[in-house]
Design a protein around this ligand. Structure first.
Ligand code: FES
Ligand code: FES
Length: 156
């Protein structure tokens, strides 16, 4: 089966079985290894990417479901040499230990802030609940997301 997907603004024709996971296509076919394999069962969020602007778990998204979609991965959010506000905030807050969950965390946060640049704590916890950090960096991640929210809104 041949499926067209757009990844980080570039169109690709992918020849693969329709049930192949989007995660496999991103990592193995397109070499975009910033998106991580954690559980493979939609339980951890390490594989989070944006599909048509919404965060999804690419490990359980079949290629056929991604047909004609716009996919954005962690490699696609930096613009003209400038990190996305969420990437910069995670660095500034030191919001990581091993880092394995971080690209998924950042993509989930980007998806949330695209929809609502000023979420309250409750919304942040709810929107980020599909992403697990085994290192327990949650307090710093919360601080990073709030910092990114302020940056995006131009508030000090
Ligand atoms: S690898 Fe996809 S949710 Fe864990
Ligand atoms: S920083 Fe290690 S799993 Fe989150």
């Amino acid at each position: 089966m041949s499926v067209e997907i757009e990844v980080n603004g570039i169109k690709h024709k992918i020849d693969a079985e329709p049930e192949t996971s989007l995660l496999e296509i991103l990592r193995d076919d397109l070499g975009l290894t910033g998106t991580k394999y954690g559980c493979g069962e939609s339980q951890c969020g390490a594989c989070t990417v944006l599909m048509n602007g919404f965060p999804i778990h690419s490990c359980v998204t079949q290629l056929s479901d991604a047909a004609d979609s716009k996919i954005v991965t962690i490699e696609g959010i930096e613009k003209n040499g400038h990190l996305h506000a969420v990437q910069q905030a995670f660095i500034d807050e030191g919001a990581m230990q091993c880092g394995y969950c971080v690209s998924g965390m950042i993509m989930a946060a980007v998806g949330m802030l695209n929809r609502n640049p000023n979420p309250n704590d409750e919304e942040i916890l709810m929107r980020m609940s599909g992403n697990i950090c085994r290192c327990g960096s949650y307090p710093r991640m919360m601080a990073a997301i709030k910092r990114a929210s302020r940056t995006i809104r131009g508030v000090k």
